[in-house]
Design a protein around this ligand. Structure first.
Ligand SMILES: [Zn+2]
Ligand SMILES: [Zn+2]
Length: 252
């Protein structure tokens, strides 16, 4: 019941506090009024939803066979099962009657031996009278904020900003089921160009020109290695130059 109420007011819950309370109050006021109007049309002594359940029980009671002991206690055969019904205690061994307050099919078949009126055997909370009593009180209409009395108290201030210890987090916390953040941009869909033959669609490792060069044997690979080591030494010298530059600037 609490959860269904929460679902009903879920939109109002996203509003600021005053608007939220006002929205909920108005929703409740309308609901009470609707329920008051609704129950005026009911002629039965039992509420319609409960009547639906009762008619289902009446249908099932057609296949039940009740035998009386003469003191309002019954043995009810329902298919292969047998239940005992006590009309004085308002109980059935299937326990549905005790738990819900609505007569079960076994009890219906027992009650039908005396009377066709079931409403005397249904819990009083399901009566239309109880429903009317629930909605007897209605909410009073409320003026808009401009009609509210002015308070002589000081107006409340917004709370001070409290700085929490530690560096504030930049990354949001991910759920356990979420993927970790991607650190590389995906290259799917980008065109690649070979460095050797300048063709589009493969890189230099997959170059068809490689096939002829690998057949020449280890000499070319050695050459390749030499060229890469050359490149490495080149970058090294560049970084050295940078470092020396920096040191000179520091000295200045
Ligand atoms: Zn029963
Ligand atoms: Zn190529």
């Amino acid at each position: 019941m609490c959860e269904s109420f929460n679902k009903w007011i879920v939109e109002a819950r996203f509003l600021p506090i005053l608007f939220m309370l006002e929205t909920i109050r108005r929703m409740v006021m309308v609901r009470i009024q609707e329920n008051r109007d609704k129950c005026e049309k009911w002629d039965d002594p039992i509420c319609p939803n409960i009547n639906k359940k009762l008619s289902k029980a009446i249908d099932v009671s057609g296949i039940c066979h009740a035998v009386s002991n003469g003191n309002n206690c019954f043995e009810v055969q329902h298919g292969s099962q047998r239940f005992t019904v006590d009309l004085n205690q308002m109980t059935c061994r299937c326990r549905y009657w005790q738990l819900s307050g609505i007569v079960c099919a076994h009890a219906v078949s027992a009650i039908h031996q005396h009377t066709n009126q079931l409403h005397g055997y249904v819990a009083s909370c399901y009566s239309v009278e109880a429903f009317k009593r629930t909605y007897a009180h209605c909410l009073q209409p409320v003026e808009g904020p401009q009609g509210w009395p002015e308070s002589d108290k000081r107006k409340p201030l917004a709370p001070r900003y409290v700085k929490m210890p530690g560096r504030p987090r930049k990354e949001r916390k991910r759920e356990g089921t979420e993927k970790p953040k991607a650190t590389k941009v995906s290259r799917v869909g980008t065109l690649i160009r070979c460095r050797k033959c300048k063709c589009i669609g493969h890189n230099k490792t997959a170059c068809p020109g490689n096939a002829s060069s690998t057949s020449n044997g280890p000499a070319t690979t050695g050459q390749n290695a030499a060229s890469t080591s050359n490149a490495r030494s080149f970058t090294k010298s560049r970084s050295n130059a940078k470092a020396s530059k920096m040191s000179t600037s520091k000295e200045n």
